[in-house]
Each structure stands twice: as C-alpha cells, then as structure tokens.
Design a protein around this ligand. Structure first.
Ligand SMILES: Cc1ncc(COP(=O)(O)O)c(C=O)c1O
Length: 395
C-alpha cells in the first residue's frame, strides 16, 4: 500500500514521527529535514551576517523557488506571488476585483469561512450578491447545476477545492471548463489540496489559485503563494501597493509592476520563502501522483475502519476524496476526543461551523473531529489511532 513511496525514507526524513502520531496534516504537516534545514540555516545566516546580506547571499535560491512553484502548477514564474499565507494571496486577488450592484459571485456550500467573510464584506460594500451552487447527491458541487446559474450577472466563480472540514474534493477541472466556456474569472482555493495531489492550472482552467505552505505541502508556517493568470494579473490593481509592488516614478505617478509580484510586499520572511521552495521541491521529488495514491489509500482505510466502529460516523462527502477525514465519535465532545488522543501522543483536530458554515448548518453539524493523513504516516500509526478511537467508541 506504499504506492511507490519509500516509507522508511519518508519517516527517516521526518523528525516529528519520533515524537507524535501526527494526523493533523490538514492543520500543519510535519516539516521534513530539508525544509527544517533551509529555514534554520537561513535564520542562522541572518544572525551571523545580517538579514539583507543573508538575502543577497541566497537570492538565487529565493528566485528558484518561483520556478519550483511554477513547475508544480504548470504555469510561468511571473504568474506567482509568494505571500505570508493562503488567505493573503486569495484576498489580494479577490479584493482587486470590482463588483457593481447586482453582480453575482457564485460559490459552493463548503466554501471556507475567510473567503465567505470576504464575499459578505464585498456584497455589503458594492451591492454584489452571493449565490451558492447546488450540490449533487454525493455532496460535491453539481457542475451542471452551477452552469445553469450562469448569466451576464455572474462576474466570478470562486470555490474551495478540498474543504477544510472533510474529505470532499470538488470537481475543479469540470468547473474550470464551465468557467472558460462562459468567460467568467475562476478562483480556486487550493489551500488543503496543494501538496497532497497534482494541481495543473492549465488543466483546471482557473485564473487564480491560492495555497499555503504549512499543510500538506509540509512547509513552514506563515508562508503561502497565489497564482494569477497573466492576462488577469495585468488587469487587477492590488488593494495594497508598496515600493515592491509598484515604483514611484515621479512626484505624482506610480507604475505597478506587470507580473504577479504586484500582489506581494517588499518585506518578507526570507527563511520561510526558502523553506517553502524546498517543500515544493521535496513534494515534487516524491511525485504528487505517488503522494496522492498513498494518501488516498490510507484515508480510505481510515474511513472504512472508523465507519465499522459502533457509534462512529464519518461525515465525508463527494465522489473524489482527499486525505482529510471528518468524523464524530457517538455524542462525545470532539474537543474531549481530541484531548484524549493528545494524551496518547496522537494529533487530530476539530472543525466547527465558522469554517464551513453553509455546509455544517445544512447538515446540522456544530463541531466534528477531523484528521488529515499524509504519505509519511505509517499503517502502524493508523492502527494506533483506530485502537484509540475504539476505546472511546460507545460499545
Ligand atoms: C480550505 C482553506 N482555505 C483557506 C485556508 C486559510 O489558509 P491560511 O491559514 O494559510 O491563510 C484554510 C486554512 O485552514 C483552509 O482550510
């Protein structure tokens, strides 16, 4: 079941596996040794020779990071902005878009809370409307239903690929085909899918794709990136500009840089940029197809074994699933379940209504347990987790 992943090597290169059974990769993955080294080496260099000087010394590696991200997404390096998290990347693109009263934003029922908050603020400011595409009987976005909603009022399709709260993977490619057919800009929140499955922006057909470093990509915290298709980036004026995003060309003129780095700021976390770049190279070295296959195998096994336990309910929707598993253990408080597993050295987490309110309210779910399994997790770790839940499950 290792699907081409050398598990022994993956674990040898993951110092954290000696301390915990880490099933919270949907929160933050365990950094592998090369990522940890990239971040700590650079911090040490900054302390030794100065921050600006350390940046100059590593300029080539920082720049190569853009090539790595571009290679992972199948885009050009000038279509990538490296920012401090997925939300900032997403926000910089979204808030650069203009809406008029009656314009429509089409999204999905599992949309991430921060994105939805931005739609609501945009709606309040401009009079734009938010419309929710229907789900099919599996719980993923119903692509035909979404297409039926499109008319001249729809100015944006914006969806979450792999929602934070469970195993659903929305049909991003099929939605991309519809978006292109209708000439409507398309944002894909790939925060939870990046690093656990291949993402090809040409195949997906999205115009914006936002991602974070710390989750399935196994990079450092406080880093992320956004892809913005060149033709769109040129037309989007970022909500904030500084003297990296733009040049002060005369007393009363500015020139915004042409590439996606118009969405960046000058000051940034260079150690984190280097760590993120290494994390991308590291994921590519394993192969995202191989990662996907192993994650899928482990997650399917966990779902089957959880569902077989008395009183345990698996909440995952959709036809295609991610490495995230959402579940409840009878009527046990998910926070207590998380705490009890933590006492046994097993990291899982919870997901509440504020993260995916539309879907959770519709299904009458307030708070559930959630885990995210990764390729470096072992079968023995899965057994330990299942046994721990078995001890909690109502007999
Ligand atoms: C689906 C989804 N989108 C966006 C985000 C926000 O990412 P970040 O914290 O890097 O801004 C998260 C974080 O959990 C997420 O799960």
């Amino acid at each position: 079941m290792s699907h081409g992943i050398d598990l022994e090597r993956a674990r040898a290169e993951t110092p954290g596996v000696g301390h915990v059974v880490h099933l919270n990769n949907c929160g933050a993955g365990l950094m592998p040794t090369p990522v940890l080294a990239a971040v700590t080496d650079h911090l040490r260099l900054e302390a030794e020779i100065g921050g600006y000087e350390a940046h100059a010394a590593r300029e080539a590696e920082v720049e190569a990071g853009y090539d790595s991200i571009a290679a992972m997404l199948n885009c050009a390096r000038d279509e990538i902005a490296v920012v401090e998290n997925a939300t900032v990347g997403w926000d910089m693109a979204f808030y650069a878009m203009t809406f008029a009263p009656g314009d429509r934003i089409v999204t999905g029922s599992a949309e991430y809370g921060s994105n939805y908050i931005a739609y609501l603020q945009m709606a309040r400011r401009t009079g734009a409307e938010i419309v929710i595409a229907p789900d099919d009987d599996s719980g993923q976005i119903d692509v035909a239903g979404l297409e039926a909603m499109l008319d001249e009022r729809v100015k944006l399709i914006s969806i979450t690929h792999a929602p934070t709260s469970g195993g659903l993977v929305n049909p991003a490619v099929e939605i991309g085909r519809v978006a292109r057919r209708h000439g409507i800009p398309y944002i894909l929140d790939a925060c939870q899918s990046v690093g656990q499955m291949p993402l090809n922006v040409e195949e997906i057909g999205c115009d914006v794709l936002s991602a974070t470093a710390r989750k399935f990509l196994r990079g450092p915290r406080g880093m992320g990136f956004v892809y913005v298709r060149r033709a769109l980036a040129e037309r989007l004026e970022p909500p904030f500009l500084d003297n990296h995003a733009a040049t002060w060309t005369s007393l009363d003129t500015i020139e915004i840089r042409p590439d996606a780095r118009r969405f960046e700021n000058w000051e940034s976390y260079i150690a984190g940029k280097l760590g993120q770049a290494v994390a991308v190279d590291y994921a590519l070295s394993w192969g995202l197809e191989a990662i996907r296959a192993r994650v899928d195998g482990l997650a399917c096994d966990i779902r089957d074994r959880l569902a077989a336990l008395p009183g345990v309910v698996v909440h995952d929707l959709g036809r295609v699933k991610s490495g995230i598993v959402g579940f409840s253990v009878g009527d046990r408080d998910p926070l207590a379940v998380k705490a009890q597993l933590a006492e046994q050295g097993i990291n899982i987490t919870t997901s509440g209504q504020a993260s995916t309110r539309i879907d959770m309210e519709r299904r009458g779910l307030a708070l559930i347990n959630r885990l995210g399994v990764h390729y470096y997790n072992s079968e023995a770790e899965v057994d330990r987790f299942i046994e721990a839940i078995q001890r909690l499950a109502p007999a």
